[in-house]
Write a protein that binds this ligand. Structure first.
Ligand code: NAP
Length: 281
């Protein structure tokens, strides 16, 4: 009996996720790899029309080719840190697809270096891509969300957006900045019927550590054990889409590392002591 009810509830929950994305036009940044790529496959299977962005056009082509034929998928290669180009790109997308229902600000780049060995240009680059890039994309679409009196803006932050972690000073700062911006925006947009969901992933098994920047701006190019052992991207994507479809304000999605957020809130001194001994792995 218990299993039957659990299955029924699971089906209902899956259906409500399906219903939410069915026919919606969803623009995903960082769609060429990892979490963004997994979101594409899951959203396509749930009937969304997709607009996929990242810098590498060939990787976007690969993702599109992996989606079942017949789905509406537009590729819009862009660099989110090229702020000046974003309003024109957004206008061109809007004139092609009509409107956007959901923007997922997922493009991001991590860091693996102590603050003392990180050049200011790397701090700037990480802030530009993660924080300013998300702000620029959001501002380019905000007028159409407001005039349509509906829409959903999603920000992919991190556990590190709640907890400053060694070797990730600029990355933590960029994700804390996202938390502040999108939390304020959520309150501002409430009366306009526009939702804002902030997602804080723990470790997810993607290329994030490979692509992370070292202090000199070179790619770290190592797969960290904690990333490798994180949630599978496809599992993560399902959980993330469920949180969005429930119009949650925020969601922490990961394994035991999520506890750090609660330690930070309720036992900060204990967390600070743990973080002093944190080592890269
Ligand atoms: N994996 C984790 O453990 C983890 C944990 C917490 C938060 N996150 C966050 O999750 C998001 C996705 O990361 P991931 O784990 O999927 O890593 P990933 O596999 O390295 O993917 C990063 C994506 O961002 C895109 N990107 C990077 N710089 C860009 C730029 N300037 N303009 C446009 N697109 C850009 C990359 O595509 P191109 O190279 O083609 O541009 C790629 O599609 C990031 O915001 C990351 O901070 C990940």
């Amino acid at each position: 009996m218990h299993t039957f009810v659990a299955t029924l509830l699971q089906k209902q929950s899956n259906n409500s996720t399906n219903m939410y994305f069915q026919g919606k036009k969803v623009w995903i940044t960082g769609a060429s790899s990892g979490i963004g790529e997994a979101l594409c496959y899951e959203l396509a299977s749930q009937g969304a029309e997709l607009i996929l962005s990242a810098r590498k056009g060939n990787e976007l082509e690969r993702v599109k080719a992996n989606c079942p034929a017949g789905y509406k998928i537009s590729l819009v290669p862009l660099d989110v840190s090229d702020f000046a180009s974003i309003p024109a790109v957004a206008q061109s997308v809007l004139s092609q697809v009509g409107h956007i229902d959901i923007l997922i600000n997922n493009a991001g780049i991590s860091q693996r270096s102590l603050a003392e060995e990180t050049s200011l240009s790397v701090d700037q680059r990480i802030m530009d891509v993660n924080f300013m890039g998300s702000v620029a994309m959001t501002k380019a679409l905000l007028p159409q969300f407001i005039s349509r009196k509906q829409g959903h803006i999603v920000a992919v932050s991190s556990v590190v957006g709640k907890v400053g972690t060694p070797y990730r000073s600029a990355y933590s700062a960029s994700k804390h900045a996202m938390q502040g911006f999108f939390e304020a925006l959520r309150a501002e947009l409430h009366s306009r019927n526009i939702d804002v969901t902030i997602i804080s992933p723990g470790y997810v098994a993607t290329q994030v550590s490979m692509n992370a920047l070292k202090g000199d701006g070179q790619a770290y190019q190592q797969m960290n054990e904690s990333t490798e052992q994180g949630l599978e991207a496809s599992v993560f994507a399902k959980k993330m889409l469920r949180a969005i479809s429930r119009r949650q304000e925020e969601a922490f999605i990961g394994k035991k590392e999520i506890l750090a957020i609660y330690l930070r809130r309720f036992f900060p001194k204990l967390l600070y002591r743990i973080l002093r001994n944190y080592r890269l792995k």
